[in-house]
Write a protein that binds this ligand. Sequence first.
Ligand code: TXA
Ligand code: MG
Length: 319
Amino acid sequence: MLLPPTPSALRRAAAALKRGEPVAFPTETVYGLGANALDPEAVRRIFEAKGRPDDNPLIVHVTGLPMVRRLVRELPPAARALAARFWPGPLTIVLPKRSRVPDIVTAGLPTVAVRVPDHPVALALIEAAGVPIAAPSANRSGRPSPTRAAHVAADFPGLLVLDGGPARHGLESTVVALGNPPRVLRLGAIPVEELRTVLPGLVVATKARARAESPGMRHRHYAPARPLVLFRRSRAAALREALAVDPRALLLCADADARLFPGWRPVKLGATPVEIAHDLFDALRTQRRGSVLLAYALPRRGLLRAVMDRLERAATRVV
Ligand code: TXA
Ligand code: MG
């Protein structure tokens, strides 16, 4: 059930959370499927509803540092510096958890991932519920993340969804673990270059390291409505050939690359990195006529590096 985020809808959603029921809500990145983070039974229902593997920990959403302090054992200077610059916003920080945080939230890890969403409805909901909210992206496990309330309703018919319109970023938060060196476990809406202005030593974890430290990186993700073949930037000719033999194929590429594929009108992804990130999941979810999605790789810089991470994980094959 989609509800505009009126004060009465917010009260209703907060009451549902307090009863241990799941509620979907908008954030600036993607929609979240929320539960009271301090109620293990409520959190278990989130795993169940999503069909989420139980080794994949959840992000806990809070209104600010005072609430973080109640969940973590320490808040190192690097965390405080990141928080000062990027919160509220699409940055998730992994910190040592207090015992108060149920093990089911962190999938048994000794750390908890926290962030302050930059969305008035998300913040109002946490405030009204009076508890931190554990929330994965509000999609069935393995599907592309939801950037619109209708995407959530498609995956969870009957669920209470606060409809905040299309998500501003359309790409999930960047997940950072501190330590020596601090590392990005999941690329996301804040580019690494920008995080390095605060943490110059920040590295991007190798895929193997990210999979070891961030279980979510091990699982199949973002499966589009039909097979997706990703062509590297050196393989434009191969992509042209594939298009020539299958007139029902759908082309997915940045506006700037469309001229490489004359005669084909690409599924709209937008011109700027911000537009491309914003439209990617919607493009992967939208049902269209066509046999297969043929995607042309994007240059791995700034925000597009995170978009490429999602495309690679969505792809059935890379050419
Ligand atoms: O933008 C976002 O981050 C959205 C919105 C709703 O906030 N949430 C989201 O949650 O994308 P989810 O569950 O789809 O992805 C959570 C990611 C996974 O890759 C998971 O492995 C990682 O965060 N994560 C959570 N807790 C962790 C921990 N303690 N240590 C390492 N990684 C963790
Ligand atoms: Mg997710």
